[in-house]
Design a protein around this ligand. Structure first.
Ligand code: GTP
Ligand code: MG
Length: 709
């Protein structure tokens, strides 16, 4: 296997909406380069990229797949990403390591919702962008309309490099404005014949060529001078100018394509070879300590693991990019994130499920290795004697949180182990345990993502699971003060039990005055693990209860507060003043005072106008302006308070406070309300009292649940 030097390696990510033709284009790029003898089709389940059985079942990509092609002495590493927004966790690593993004537009749909969504994610990384208008053979293909939409959505940097003739079913000619030539394809596609631009197209081609030349010249003074002097730039000057424009993101060149008919891929690959930047030409990578790492052949060996592939029974395959230096088999590298020394026993280049053995990979290249001991996605490995930790991949927060349970209770442990594995492969599956509700929660990107997880668990780990909505973590508190006392007395044979506690409960708030009519002998302000406060005051007079029993009273109260009297939810923000009681010289002990404290607290709480509180979330909903009305109407039906609306471009951001109980599966509703265009983020805001009506309903519901148990 040939080792490519750093200058001759280009890394691209194929991005775009679901079904625009990324996988088909990847296949075509390999075929056209002669790396595969025949072209597979997504429909026939035989492409190199969509090789997973889940992809065969669904007929579309589910994972990001690494492939490579070789075009005129250059190696182009391709990461084919899935277009569905739920699978953004697969796309983010590709964006992180690609040096150029190739964004496919579907020539008959134009800029789609999925295109806009992936564009937003692309904005986190200021990578050069090539636009490829695909499916120009489709009867409804509209190149001009698609380019106009692209300009509207992505700005004036959208620059036509090529335009099609006879788009639609008879598509077979492309005018290239850099080479000022016409490519004419045979029915089977492949290598086109170069012909002169026909007379009737000359005027249009010349005008667009001038626009392209100006675009190429605008970022470089010497090119600008040449252009003014000669009124033209030669091909090399054009390439130089376009490269600068792409790197400054003032130029997104547009190419024409029919991936299924193999028309246009050769020219795209040639442009990537000659114009797209190599890793060494890219701006340096930020490190965690604020410094940067420039990709260079002479630097220390630095690998960044951007993906972990778990092949059941075959171990973990770690995919990495060589960020600097070179890597050879047998090297020992330090994992800066874990401190562990990793030996690179085997090196591969990876094409879908195929691995080809190589001895060495140079700076900028992408490859794989197996059996690393303690290295996960987003880690940095480097030669010893350095401290280099690159920034991890920023995965998006979960959009849907659900309880996950094994259908067969006996498989719970197996399920947990499986989820820990799945998480390594897909960091957007976020596993957590809610101690309060005792539920195992899965955070995901949406319903489809969850269904794919269910499939994986059933097929690869042999665990069938069910999902349900998480319990809402209510809280209980009081609205007024109340007194209660309780005498605990037990006489059974030998030694008895005796304790009497008198106490007062009050709603607690920050800065409340000290209690009137009591002498405060001691106080404990407890920050509760479930949030809020218990202020425990010792106001005993005359030693009627010995100091040594106060911790037992406190313990009893805290225990009762864990499961409040209304619905069994934790209680919070209460001041308890213990001011009187009785002891027995023989029968009083810790357990008696704990029970007396607990029971007195329960009685006082019940008489203190108990109030159920619910968590309120602060949400920001980001929607296209024309859909704001629908989203607002829906929010109003969710007991929400809209606190603001910000308008920017064609979008608006609605800020609202919404009870958590009303946000069950909101991401799914928002998607269907906005055809997938709306997104939202959610954070805990505060606890607020529920209405009396809702409280009655919840208390009743809890009683019924208790009876059922
Ligand atoms: N007519 C026409 N159909 C195409 C073209 N490219 C792809 N298709 C078809 O579009 C469908 C989707 O193609 P894929 O290559 O799977 O699209 P993708 O972008 O990889 O889709 P996801 O992986 O789901 O995001 C398939 O049926 C392809 O045959 C094209 O150039 N012309
Ligand atoms: Mg695909």
């Amino acid at each position: 296997m040939k080792v490519f030097d750093a200058k001759h390696i280009k890394n691209i990510a194929l991005l775009g909406s679901h079904g625009c033709g990324k996988t088909t284009l990847a296949e075509t790029m390999l075929f056209e380069a002669g790396l595969i003898p025949r072209r597979g089709r997504v429909e026939d389940k035989n492409t190199i990229s969509d090789h997973h059985e889940l992809e065969h079942e669904r007929g579309s990509s589910v994972h990001s797949t690494l492939l490579h092609t070789e075009w005129r002495n250059y190696k182009i590493n391709i990461i084919d990403t899935p277009g569905l927004d739920d699978l953004i966790g697969e796309t983010m690593p590709a964006l992180r390591v690609a040096d150029t993004c190739v964004l496919l537009l579907n020539g008959h749909h134009g800029v789609e919702v999925g295109t806009d969504l992936v564009w937003e994610h692309m904005q986190r990384y200021t990578r050069p962008v090539i636009l490829a208008v695909n499916q120009l053979d489709h009867p409804l293909a509209d190149f001009d309309g698609t380019v106009a939409q692209a300009r509207e959505h992505f700005g004036p940097a959208v620059t036509i490099m090529q335009y099609p003739l006879d788009q639609g079913e008879g598509f077979h000619r492309i005018i290239d404005l850099l080479k000022m030539t016409m490519y004419v394809f045979k029915d089977a596609g492949g290598k086109p014949e170069k012909q002169a631009i026909p007379e009737e197209e000359k005027e249009r081609a010349e005008a667009l060529h001038q626009e392209l030349v100006e675009k190429a010249a605008e970022n470089d003074e010497s090119l600008m001078e040449h252009y003014f002097e000669k009124g033209e730039l030669d091909e090399d000057e054009m390439r130089l100018g376009l490269k600068k424009g792409m790197m400054m993101r003032s130029c997104f060149p547009v190419f024409c394509m029919s991936a299924t008919r193999n028309m246009g891929s050769g020219r795209l690959m040639g442009f990537i070879d000659n114009v797209a930047p190599s890793a060494m030409e890219m701006p340096p990578e930020p490190m965690d300590n604020g410094e940067v790492l420039q990709c260079s052949v002479d630097g220390p060996t630095v690998l960044f693991t951007f993906k972990t592939v778990i092949e059941p029974h075959a171990g973990h395959l770690s995919l990495f990019k060589v960020m600097s230096g070179s890597v050879s088999e047998g090297m020992e590298l330090i994992n800066d994130n874990t401190g562990c020394t990793e030996r690179i026993n085997q090196l591969f280049i990876v094409d879908g499920k195929e691995r080809k053995h190589v001895n060495k990979l140079e700076a900028g290249d992408i490859g794989g290795t197996v059996k690393l001991k303690d290295t996960a996605t987003g880690h940095t490995l480097h030669t010893p004697g350095h401290a280099i930790e690159l920034k991890p991949i920023a995965f998006p927060p979960s959009r849907l949180r659900m309880v996950v349970k094994a259908q067969d209770q006996k498989q719970e442990e197996k399920l947990h182990a499986a989820l820990v594995e799945v998480q390594k492969e897909d960091p957007t599956i976020v596993l957590s345990y809610d101690r309060e509700t005792g539920q195992q929660i899965i955070g995901s990107q949406g319903e489809l993502h969850l269904n794919l997880l269910k499939w994986k668990l059933a097929h690869h780990y042999k665990v069938d699971v069910q999902f349900s909505s998480p319990k809402v973590p209510y809280r209980e508190t009081i609205r007024k003060a109340a007194d209660a006392h309780y005498r605990h007395k037990k006489q059974s044979g030998g030694s008895g039990q005796f304790a009497e506690v008198h106490l007062k409960v009050e709603p607690w708030f920050e800065g409340m005055p000290e209690p009137e009519g009591h002498t405060v002998r001691g106080k404990d302000i407890h920050e509760l693990s479930t949030g809020g406060v218990l202020a425990f005051y010792n106001c005993i007079v005359g030693g009627v209860i010995d100091n040594k029993f106060l911790p037992s009273i406190l313990k009893g109260i805290l225990e009762k507060m864990e499961k409040g009297p209304l619905t069994g939810s934790p209680a919070r923000d209460i001041r308890v003043i213990v001011y009187d009681g009785k002891m027995h010289p023989v029968d009083s002990n810790d357990i008696s005072f704990k029970i007396a404290g607990m029971m007195a607290f329960k009685d006082a709480f019940t008489n203190a106008a108990p109030q159920l509180m619910e968590p309120i979330q602060r949400i920001e909903v980001h929607v296209p302006s024309d859909l704001v009305g629908d989203v607002m109407t829906d929010l109003q039906a969710r007991r929400s308070i809209v606190t603001g609306v910000d308008a920017n471009d064609r979008h608006q951001t609605i800020q609202a406070l919404v009870p958590l109980a009303e946000l069950d599966r909101y991401s799914t509703t928002l998607r269907s309300l906005t055809q997938g265009r709306g997104t939202y983020t959610e954070h805990f805001h505060q606890y607020m009292p529920v209405t009396a009506e809702l409280q009655n309903k919840l208390v009743l519901g809890n009683k019924e649940e208790e009876l059922a148990v």
